[in-house]
Every structure is written in structure tokens, then in C-alpha cells.
Ligand binder design. Sequence first.
Ligand code: HEC
Length: 169
Amino acid sequence: MSDSNANVPAESVSQSPAPKRRKVWRYVIGVSLFLFVAIQFIPYGHNHTNPPPTASVTWDSKATENLVRAACYDCHSNETVWPWYSSVAPVSWLVQHDVDDGRKELNFSEGNLHEVDEAAEMIEHNDMPPWFYRPMHSGAKLSDSDKEAVIKGFAATFDSATPHEEHED
Ligand code: HEC
């Protein structure tokens, strides 16, 4: 009895795995496509507004302004450039969240400058612009000299102390 049982599974197992796996993949791709289309209808992420500015910053120099515009204005002003992929979920959700939160913290177009003293530190520590934003935006890849220039530019524009001067013992 135990001999005849041992023969049965060996044959049936070796037959079917490939077609089964293909079926699973077809199912996975089908469900993914369906979900991708379905999430496009979720209302969040389409609010691509640039409200009229109520204030503006007089930057200390055109050079500072250019750097900040390229690296920060998409999330910290009402002059956001909304690229095509910012309309495609789930990227649109991330972009919407970043712009909403970014403007709440710091908005050069509305005189919301409470956090501006943090800018130098954020830039220095590579916290801003956020890492995931940099690959898609060449202007956001700040070289060391760009960073130094922006930090000095912030200090000159907002009249705050330049960081790092305390290290001269
Ligand atoms: C891709 C969007 C994006 C870009 C570009 C960006 N920021 Fe931000 N920033 C945010 C978000 C979102 C927050 C709020 C959440 C957080 O603190 O991480 C924020 C917060 C801040 C804060 C407040 C930080 C705190 O916690 O006190 C400062 C200051 C700031 N950003 C400066 C900058 C500067 C300067 C640049 C350009 C060099 C820049 N950001 C570019 C999205 C962005």
C-alpha cells in the first residue's frame, strides 16, 4: 500500500508548475493594471493650484534668487511647476502632500517665513530639497558651492546670522 502511494505524486507534480505560474502572473498584472486605473479616480492629488501671491521676497542677489527658485519654489511658493507625472496617481498624492506641507512650513509667495531660519541647516544637512525631488530636477542638485551661496544668500536676505561662525576658537 505504501509503495503504490509513493508513485502517484512524483508524476503529477512534475507536470504543471509552469502554466500555473504564468496564470498567477497574468492575474497579478491584471489586478495591478485595474488598481492603477482605479486609483486615478481618487479625488486627492489634483488640486494643482498656484494661488495669486500676496507677498514676495526681495532676494539679496539675482544669483540667490535663481538658486532658490530652482531648488525650493516648487514646494515653498505659489509658483509651483506641476509636471505631467504630478497628475498620475500615486505620484500625484506624494507631490500634493509635499506642496501642501511645504507651503504650510514656508511660503515665499505669502510671506510665510517663520521657518526661514531653519533653511541653512536644512540645506547644509541635505534635508532640503528632499532627496526624492533631486533626480527629477537638475536645478535642485546643489553643489557644495551652490549650497554655500544659497546659505549666504538666505543670511543676507533675511538678515540672520551665518551659521558656522562659532567654530573659530
Ligand atoms: C519637493 C518639495 C520640496 C522642495 C523642493 C523643498 N522643500 Fe522644504 N519642505 C518640504 C516639505 C514637505 C516640508 C515640511 C515637512 C518637513 O519638514 O520635511 C518642508 C519643510 C521645510 C522647512 C521647515 C523645516 C522645519 O522642519 O523646520 C524649511 C526651512 C525648508 N523646507 C526649506 C527648504 C529650502 C531652503 C528648499 C530649497 C533649497 C526646500 N525646502 C525645498 C518640501 C520641499
